[in-house]
Structures are given as C-alpha cells and as structure tokens.
Design a protein around this ligand. Structure first.
Ligand SMILES: [Ca+2]
Length: 193
C-alpha cells in the first residue's frame, strides 16, 4: 500500500509541476540600482549631461545621488539611489537599451520622495519610452529620513525601434522646491512577450 501511495504522490507531483513559461527575461538595464558611481561623484550634484552614473545620462537639470548614512537615507537596493531634484535642479536620467520592435517591456522601479522638503505633500515622477509615458505620484505622509517607505511601481511600454531610450524624470511643477524631489532606485526592464 505504501509503495502505491508513493507512486501516486510522485505522479500527482509531476502533474502539479508548473508549466514552464519560457525563460524569464533578464533585466536589460545597466546599473539600475545606481550603485556604480564613484564616491566623489556620488558626493556631489550631477548636472545635465553628466555620465558619472554608469549607464545613465543626466537629463533636464541637476540631480543628486543619495547615499545611506547610518540609519538614514537607506536605499531600496544597495546603498545609493537618486534624488531627481539636485541642489537645486529639476532633472532626470535616461538610458538607451536594446529592444525588439513590437515587443512589450515591463518596467519596475522603487520610488520615494525627499523628506527634507516639508512643503511637498506629494511627489511626482514621470517615465517615458518609445513615445509612451506615465506619471506616478506618492504621498509624502509618513516618509522620513529613517523610513523612506520605498514603493515599487510598474509600467509597460511597447518598443518601436531596435534601441529605446527610457527616461525617468521629475514631474513636479517648477514652483515646487528644487532641492528635494522624487527618489528613484532599483530600475529593471524586462521583455514580457
Ligand atoms: Ca541602489
């Protein structure tokens, strides 16, 4: 009886095995966690056009690299992230990735906001690629230097070319405080079909 039971168990296990969904696509973004930047460059604001953050070009205006300091400014991944407002500045970052025309891509990233700007009740961050775009908003309620409450966001776009430039940028109004804005970390892009 025991042997039969084991056989049945194995049979049902093999039936229950998940159907392979094909190979999970790899993340095609370089340095999506913004860790690969020299200590010197991480310590100073980065102007539009800067390529100090490996794989990325700073767009629009100045940004800051954030760095974990004790129990403050913990990154979503690793030790560093970006504040898309500089000192001051209203900036962004972009990267050109290899894509297949007509294919869909899933973008995931971690978002928060700089808690040092009490007048900001919320922060807004824009993502754009291949002529498509989306704006994300997060409340600043409960977000502190000790607890940035990083929140995962997702978006999808369809590639049109063999190379696609994806940009993450502040979507806050020019009347907002340019010294602290939306925070970004742990960017991933994977092909999904
Ligand atoms: Ca990071």
């Amino acid at each position: 009886m025991k042997a039969v039971a084991v056989c049945v168990l194995f049979a049902s296990l093999s039936l229950a095995a998940p159907v392979p969904k094909g190979v999970e696509s790899a993340n095609i973004v370089v340095n999506g966690s913004f860790e690969d930047v020299s200590d010197d460059d991480a310590a100073r604001p980065q102007d539009k056009g800067s390529t100090a953050i490996k794989g990325w070009v700073v767009t629009r205006g100045q940004i800051d690299v954030t760095q974990q300091n004790g129990n403050e400014w913990k990154a979503a991944h690793g030790k560093r992230g970006l504040d898309l407002h500089g000192s001051p500045g209203f900036g962004g970052v972009e990267q050109t990735i290899a894509t297949k025309p007509g294919k869909k891509y899933k973008v995931t990233f971690q978002m928060s906001g700089n808690p040092g700007v009490p007048e900001h009740k919320a922060v807004q961050l824009g993502v754009r690629a291949a002529g498509q775009d989306k704006e994300f908003e997060l409340t600043m309620e409960g977000r502190t230097y000790q607890d940035l409450k990083w929140a995962e966001q997702t978006w999808e776009f369809t590639a049109k070319e063999k190379a696609t430039t994806i940009e993450f940028h502040t979507a806050m109004p020019a009347t907002s405080n340019g010294f602290g804005g939306p925070l970004l970390d742990d960017v991933k892009v994977v092909e999904i079909n």
